[in-house]
Design a protein around this ligand. Sequence first.
Ligand SMILES: Cc1cc2nc3c(=O)[nH]c(=O)nc-3n(C[C@H](O)[C@H](O)[C@H](O)COP(=O)(O)OP(=O)(O)OC[C@H]3O[C@@H](n4cnc5c(N)ncnc54)[C@H](O)[C@@H]3O)c2cc1C
Length: 276
Amino acid sequence: MIPGPFELVRATSVEDAIAALVEHGDDAKILAGGHSLLPLMKLRLAMPAYLVDISGIPGMSYVRVDGDEVAIGAGTRHHELEKDAVAAAEVPLLPYTASQVGDPQVRHRGTIGGTVAHSDPASDLPTALLALGGDVVVQGPEGRRTIPLTEFWLGFFETALAEDELIVEIRVPRTGSAGWAYEKFTRRANDWPIVAAAAVDGRVALANMAGSVVRATATEEALARGASIAEAAALADEGTSPGADMHADQEYRRHLARLLTRRALERAAGAASAAA
Ligand SMILES: Cc1cc2nc3c(=O)[nH]c(=O)nc-3n(C[C@H](O)[C@H](O)[C@H](O)COP(=O)(O)OP(=O)(O)OC[C@H]3O[C@@H](n4cnc5c(N)ncnc54)[C@H](O)[C@@H]3O)c2cc1C
């Protein structure tokens, strides 16, 4: 299948991209790696008249330490994050999770800004980002604003981003040697997760257990009260609303959430004690 007709606008700066979004309103869509948007366009689930290509904007791909945080440019591709030395030292959950996204072709094209903006509840990196906490920095005609990751994803394909705004940066706390783990359950290698769990510093996030990636808050609260990993993980699916499809029904997804949370917490605890 091929997408419907569209006009390509090659943005040369963030301001240029925002001007195109303002000019064309909801007829326009940002194009980054194209690995989520183009499949939707081929299925006619998205039919933008204008694609604002941000892949040629210089300076949108970086990972750097900024005080207590790591700042990641929205144009950073999954493969770049996977191989980045700063990320490996400061926030190792992210490069590992990036290595689990799709196949090499997807990782060489897809960007962190794209996967965050897309808001697919099955996405790997948003799950890890939600466990880390931190912020999304967006820019629009009025300048920049910062949205906490906990408030960014509103539901399936729905975010707090305004029509004329662009994600420019993601900021997460440096975790250094704190224990972390990402457990992804797939039917075949390279697949999207049926369910996944990310754990770091007593926080847990789940993929594919609701309309967006979600925190396992009952588990986190139990850990904070001093519950054992097994007791806390048994609560992982509380408050979630998983869907059902040909790969897994709701009960099986709930079972996976509890199991993967336990594995992630055990692995994170092991990594933390090894680093101590
Ligand atoms: C075969 C295949 C397998 C995949 N497997 C996985 C997997 O296992 N796990 C996983 O997590 N993902 C998977 N993906 C998705 C992949 O990670 C995508 O690259 C990613 O979700 C979107 O990034 P992108 O840069 O390609 O975004 P695009 O497709 O270019 O854009 C996606 C959406 O985000 C918007 N957007 C992009 N950048 C910005 C920005 N900076 N500011 C505001 N809006 C923006 C676009 O307008 C569009 O609505 C897979 C994709 C394919 C094709």
